[in-house]
Design a protein around this ligand. Structure first.
Ligand code: ADP
Length: 256
């Protein structure tokens, strides 16, 4: 069967810098792939290429057999930095893509409010982004991405700017949503705990030029409760990944 997403032989060169090298990744529909690797190894570049915001200089990326050559409503993107429109209310931020698609206002509001409810922001529809905490702003960004009905979510360190406790709550929230909605997710993180807790598969990228050097399935059943972090299976996988990431971080440090 054809994979949902195919990344084959993808390279990305920026002038003299080879950011990604011969990267292959097959992703099944509904998989939650977490991506680990040292800074500068090309994780964001890979995500941006799948999002259609950047283009590979070699290789191909196919979504259900169709070549990706630009952004599309089938892929929702959430970045680390807060990307909400400051002049729009929470609700209108979530409605943004729905307005562009020309949906009737009543339907826009119904969809927006349903997703705001899902991310626990009922009652904040009329607030502006600056009135919200960082965690709440990221919840709006997730609601906005989901409201457009994407097949895939592409998330680049979405919780990277949050404090530890908020981050843990956001992990549970997103995993809960994924367990219901079963979107296909590519999720870049530096946090090995987060990668194992969230992922159905964890991939580790090598130091630049990045390529995928390790690919592990996470055999921890769903729904996952936070307590899985204390189980031997979790600790064992985390230890292996920590070692693999450390090797690459050392290699990246030796390069500069
Ligand atoms: P990561 O997300 O793993 O930290 P990136 O994908 O952001 O890594 O970057 C990979 C490499 O490509 C880095 O060396 C970075 O400096 C380089 N790079 C990324 N974007 C650009 C760009 N627009 N122009 C030049 N170099 C870039």
């Amino acid at each position: 069967m054809q994979p949902f997403l195919t990344v084959r032989g993808v390279e990305r060169r920026f002038d003299k810098t080879l950011a990604l090298q011969a990267t292959d990744l097959d992703v099944a529909e509904n998989d939650f792939i977490t991506i680990l690797g040292p800074s500068g190894c090309g994780k964001s570049t890979l995500l941006r290429i799948v999002a259609g915001l950047d283009h590979q200089t070699a290789g191909e990326v196919l979504l259900e057999g169709q070549r990706i050559d630009g952004p599309g409503a089938d892929r929702g993107v959430v970045f680390q930095s807060y990307t909400l429109f400051p002049w729009l209310t929470v609700r209108d931020n979530v409605c943004f893509g729905l307005v562009e698609r020309g949906l009737p206002r009543a339907q826009q509001l119904e969809i927006a409010d349903a997703f705001l409810n899902k991310v626990g922001l009922r009652g904040f529809e009329h607030h502006f982004p600056k009135q919200l905490s960082g965690g709440m702003q990221q919840r709006v960004a997730i609601a906005r991405a989901l409201a457009n009905g994407p097949r895939m979510l592409l998330m680049d360190e979405p919780f990277g700017a949050l404090d530890h406790q908020t981050r843990e709550l956001m992990q549970e929230l997103l995993l809960g949503i994924w367990e219901q909605e079963r979107k296909t997710v590519l999720f870049v993180t530096h946090d090995i705990d987060e990668a194992v807790f969230m992922g159905s598969r964890v991939v580790v990228m090598s130091a630049r030029p990045g390529r995928i050097k390790l690919d592990r399935r996470v055999d921890i059943p769903h729904p996952r409760h936070y307590s899985v972090k204390t189980t031997p299976a979790f600790a064992e996988l985390k230890a292996e990944l920590t070692e693999q990431v450390r090797v690459e971080v050392r290699a990246a440090a030796a390069m500069v």
